[in-house]
Write a protein that binds this ligand. Structure first.
Ligand SMILES: NC(=O)c1ccc[n+]([C@@H]2O[C@H](COP(=O)([O-])OP(=O)(O)OC[C@H]3O[C@@H](n4cnc5c(N)ncnc54)[C@H](OP(=O)(O)O)[C@@H]3O)[C@@H](O)[C@H]2O)c1
Length: 285
């Protein structure tokens, strides 16, 4: 199928929290949208807004040149689309189901010989942000499929194509999520240190602006070891955080681990934090 797909039909497989948001954004932008979900009632609101409810996965695929899948995980995705691969031939599958780089590469290798343009994607947004300026989605895999699906993908959030390796979007997605979970664990630790009574003010007044300010230099390639923050000073400060955490009755297991790493790096005479830190993490693995 080689139709020009600008403003053309799109199918969404999977109407969980995220799939429903994707379908709603496509409908809002004027794309004729066909939807399928295991629990069909989840399509009711979308159908009321003009979506077409398909009776089967195959019917849904056959309705559009671009098929977007957003399901729980790869086993569910494969269970649904592998039997319908015949219908997918000549179409473009944009898979926004979370998975690993190897899962993405294996699926691409399975589908591409059948004439299915496969693109894997990592959604860097929560459902309420889809279609808005803060949402962005990472894509990798078939460049041709990405270009053809682009008009629809632009409706969902900023579209970033990383390359032909289908595993790259997942790699970046999971790396970004690992940073988010690291931040979340630091946030919980900080909130626990100040205590429940102070957390309501501490969070918005101090924690959020502080994290935003600290995130900015990362974009300029700086780690936390720029010339204004020597490593020895940071190691001493980290020791104080560990001690204060204990003083507040808050276990500091993660921070203690970081402190040991940083102290080793300082003792070894490094003046750049990131390479030895990466080495240490790799060795631990
Ligand atoms: N929500 C987020 O904030 C977010 C952000 C970024 C990425 N994502 C990714 O988006 C994907 C979907 O997430 P979600 O938030 O939409 O999850 P969800 O609300 O739990 O929806 C899961 C979807 O998978 C379907 N499903 C589960 N098991 C199935 C099975 N055995 N057979 C057929 N369909 C099955 C569900 O169908 P039923 O409705 O019938 O159960 C539903 O459509 C995930 O890979 C997630 O990592 C989500």
């Amino acid at each position: 199928m080689t139709t020009d797909i600008a403003n053309s039909p799109v199918t969404v497989l999977g109407l969980g929290a995220m799939g429903s948001a994707l379908a709603a954004a496509l409908l809002k932008a004027g794309h004729p949208t066909t939807v399928w979900n295991r629990s069909p009632e989840k399509a009711d609101a979308l159908v009321a807004d003009g979506a077409v409810r398909a009776a089967s996965v195959t019917d849904a695929i056959e309705a559009s040149p671009v098929v977007i899948a957003c399901l729980l995980d790869y086993p569910v995705l494969e269970e649904l689309i592998v039997p319908a691969a015949g219908a997918l031939t000549g179409r473009h599958l944009i898979n926004l189901t979370n998975g690993t780089p190897d899962q993405a590469r294996a699926l691409a290798a399975r589908l591409e010989p059948r004439g299915i343009g496969y693109v894997d994607g990592g959604i860097m947004a929560i459902p309420s942000l889809i279609g808005g300026p803060e949402a962005f989605i990472l894509y990798s895999g078939s460049r041709d499929a990405f270009d053809r699906a682009r008009p629809a993908l632009d409706r969902l959030g900023g579209a970033h194509y990383l390359g032909e390796d289908a595993g790259l979007a997942s790699l970046y997605d999971l790396a970004l999520l690992s940073a988010m979970y690291g931040m979340a664990s630091g946030v919980r630790h900080a909130m626990t240190m100040v205590g429940e009574e102070r957390a309501a003010d501490f969070g918005p007044s101090y924690l959020v602006p502080w994290l935003q300010a600290m995130a900015a230099p990362i974009g300029q390639g700086a780690a936390a070891d720029d010339e204004g923050s020597p490593l020895g000073m940071q190691a001493a400060g980290l020791a104080n955080i560990v001690a204060a955490s204990h003083g507040q009755g808050v276990p500091a297991a993660l921070l203690s681990h970081m402190l040991t790493s940083m102290q080793d790096i300082v003792n070894a005479g490094y003046d750049d934090l990131l390479p030895p830190l990466i080495d240490q993490i790799r060795k631990a693995a």
